[in-house]
Design a protein around this ligand. Structure first.
Ligand SMILES: CC(C)(COP(=O)(O)OP(=O)(O)OC[C@H]1O[C@@H](n2cnc3c(N)ncnc32)[C@H](O)[C@@H]1OP(=O)(O)O)[C@@H](O)C(=O)NCCC(=O)NCCS
Length: 373
């Protein structure tokens, strides 16, 4: 082996090959720029692209959406569990349990062939929205609203949460966030999924582990944490004072910065106009002004641009979604990317098993307990 390279956080290390997405020259899924996919495509079409490698023909898309819609159902046992989980369990923990539980009722849970993994991916993408929406209604003391099988994932999420037909522009805004969250190369949760897959474990195990990684505030959890401060600041002036003091205390401002995009996250730029439009429509201009001032100060003082979670958190807030559903929405979308990576890992597998640099105690001999001081 060549001299081992060590970088904390594996920063800049190439840890594998992928043909699913690239981030070197803007974000592209399977070669297509994210800007074009966000403008012209739908979550379902992008999911097909990411899972299969090519944009679908009309017939392929119809078949794929048919498969997704048919799979939008939950075993009664899972609905009962969602009812019984203690009310204060965090929603991301419920999503993690939900992914694992779905495996127990999946007829192909242990089958790691490519076809079975693809079929399971479709079922997970169809059913995780039900886990999230049903759990939210049940914990709020409301009965569940079953999905409308003729409608899209984004439409159904709003429908199942609210029990009212959603406005087309709300559906579109949510759909765009789902497109943007689908895939992002070797981020922490995707790498987690690949490590699990590399042991020849199954898709539900990989997705369950990935959800655990996505929960953390340095990764997916940031879209919720953005609201911790935005919801408390009522004017741009107050926001400026708060953010300057936070930066002085060397705090990290959630929704800013990125390990790879040092000059700007293209996904944030795509979402910004949707955010502004929804803010106007829902009377949330004051929060946009607060957000704008914070962005300006963080750029001026640290030269750090916002990442996707900054506008996504606000957009979900303007849609009236409960804050603890923001990262679960990320889960629903990223399940597509995780599944594509599991397929890719298994197609050319090598167990992921890096080395560690040992920095512990010098070699020493065991001392019986009576002789220890
Ligand atoms: C995403 C993130 C973990 C990447 O971190 P990283 O690659 O480890 O960044 P670094 O630690 O190299 O940061 C470089 C400098 O920028 C600062 N910085 C990075 N992100 C920051 C943020 N959000 N707010 C304030 N300062 C930040 C660091 O403190 C460091 O400053 P220093 O040189 O004075 O010590 C980091 O930007 C962060 O914590 N962001 C907030 C959480 C978030 O929004 N996550 C979602 C990512 S999509």
């Amino acid at each position: 082996m060549n001299e081992a390279i060590y970088r904390p956080g594996l920063e800049g290390i190439i840890a594998g090959e992928t043909s699913i997405s690239s981030i070197a020259d803007g974000l592209r899924y399977r070669g297509y720029p994210i800007e074009q996919l966000a403008q012209y495509s739908t979550f379902e079409e992008v999911a097909y692209l990411v899972l299969h490698g090519e944009l679908p023909t009309r017939a392929q898309l119809d078949f794929f959406t048919g498969q997704l819609r048919q799979a939008m159902e939950l075993p009664q046992e899972i609905v009962s569990t969602l009812r019984d989980i203690p009310a204060d369990v965090p929603m991301m923990d419920v999503m993690r349990t939900g992914a694992s539980l779905l495996g127990h009722w999946d007829p192909q849970a242990q089958d790691i062939s490519a076809q079975a993994t693809l079929d399971k991916a479709v079922r997970l993408v169809a059913r995780l929205p039900l886990v999230m929406c049903y759990r939210h209604r049940l914990r709020s003391g409301q009965e569940v609203v079953p999905p409308e099988p003729g409608r899209s994932v984004a439409w159904n999420i709003l429908w199942m949460l609210r029990g009212q037909e959603p406005q087309p522009d709300h559906v579109r805004a949510l759909d765009v966030t789902l497109i943007l969250y689908v895939e992002h190369e070797f981020n922490a949760s995707t790498f987690t999924a690949r490590v699990v897959a590399s042991t020849l474990s199954d898709l539900h195990s990989a997705v369950t582990a990935a959800i655990g990684a996505l929960k953390g505030p340095l990764h997916g959890g940031a879209n919720e944490r953005v609201m911790d401060y935005l919801s408390k600041l009522s004017s741009a002036e107050e926001a400026e004072t708060w953010v300057k003091q936070a930066l002085e205390r060397k705090e990290r401002i959630m929704g800013f910065g990125h390990r790879v995009y040092r000059t700007g996250d293209p996904r944030a730029a795509i979402l910004a106009p949707y955010c502004e439009q929804l803010a106007r429509q829902t009377g949330n201009e004051a929060m946009e002004a607060v957000a704008g001032r914070i962005e300006q100060v963080v750029r001026e003082q640290k030269n750090i641009p916002p990442n996707v979670d900054y506008p996504a958190g606000r957009l979900y807030y303007y849609l009236g979604l409960p804050v603890d559903l923001y990262t679960p929405l990320f889960v629903i979308s990223r399940t597509v990317g995780w599944s594509a990576h599991v397929l890719e890992q298994q197609a050319a597998n090598r167990l992921i098993r890096p080395r560690a640099r040992y920095v512990g105690a010098e070699p020493r001999d065991y001392v019986p307990v009576e002789q220890r001081g």
